[in-house]
Write a protein that binds this ligand. Structure first.
Ligand SMILES: Nc1ncnc2c1ncn2[C@@H]1O[C@H](COP(=O)(O)OP(=O)(O)OP(=O)(O)O)[C@@H](O)[C@H]1O
Ligand SMILES: [Mg+2]
Length: 237
């Protein structure tokens, strides 16, 4: 089965426990949302999946039936998982074309750059610009394009809407919504922006102070304002 499976996973930073007993599955081609307040453990879960060496892990992570065991982060990437960090770490002194070139992978199809540019036309227009010349929304589009250069099976997106204007958020939602069909990729997306995720995801999980407290279809979450009030700070942003 082509799935990213996290089973009974716990993670800590030294003695500080970040989350315990978390299970979540993402199939290729589907989008799963992970909502939660500040400090809930969303970023840590994505870091755990890519085996960030800062973390001590217990539990299981497998990709397409291959257990990731104690693989270092770069090997997890080779197993088809790409991470888009929340701070959009592109090389600001380099052009967009150079940023994408650095992310090219030997295992990706030769025409991957063409596929990325065809499907994310905004990035094609920005190829000659330097990282520092981009707006926040443009940087986010480039960061996602860069992650797709390795032709991953799974994309981990960490709070992509953070700090973006509402109109840009709308465009980003449409662009992310098209990725599963364009690239046959499974997406795990963390957010505090609840409507952004419910508009995109096939399933949603809520994490609260390191515990998974709810999982279900987005429609059900939308119809239960009490759940949103209880678990997601100020409700819809
Ligand atoms: N490098 C670190 N060292 C120690 N503790 C950390 C570290 N990074 C995060 N934590 C702690 O782990 C917990 C989960 O943090 P995490 O960043 O995963 O939350 P989050 O849900 O992504 O929050 P946000 O919405 O603010 O991004 C918090 O208690 C946080 O203080
Ligand atoms: Mg975070």
């Amino acid at each position: 089965m082509n799935e990213l499976v996290v089973k009974s996973l716990s993670a800590s930073y030294g003695l500080a426990v970040a989350f315990t007993d978390v299970s979540i599955t993402v199939a290729k081609g589907e989008t799963v949302g992970l909502l939660g307040r500040n400090g809930a453990g969303k970023t840590t879960l994505l870091k755990a999946i890519i085996h960030d060496p800062e973390l001590t892990l217990r539990g299981e992570i497998s990709v397409n039936n291959v257990s990731l065991g104690k693989f270092p982060a770069y090997k997890v990437a080779r197993h088809g998982v790409a991470w888009v960090p929340d701070n959009r770490r592109i090389f600001t002194a380099l052009s967009v074309a150079e940023n994408l070139d650095l992310a090219r992978s030997k295992t990706a199809p030769k025409d991957q750059l063409d596929r990325v540019l065809t499907n994310i036309p905004l990035v094609e227009k920005l190829m000659k610009r330097r990282g520092y010349e981009l707006s926040g929304g443009e940087q986010q589009a480039v960061t996602i394009a860069r992650a797709l250069m390795s032709a991953p099976d799974y994309l981990l997106l960490d709070e992509p809407t953070e700090g973006l204007a509402p109109l840009i958020v709308e465009q980003l939602q449409a662009a992310i919504g098209a990725l599963p069909a364009q690239f046959d990729v499974g997406i795990l997306i963390t957010e505090q922006n609840f409507s952004f995720v419910t508009g995109l995801a096939d399933r949603v999980h809520i994490l609260e102070t390191g515990q998974m407290v709810w999982a279900g279809p987005p429609d059900e979450l939308v119809s239960k304002p009490q759940l949103i009030d209880r678990h997601l700070s100020v409700g819809e942003k």
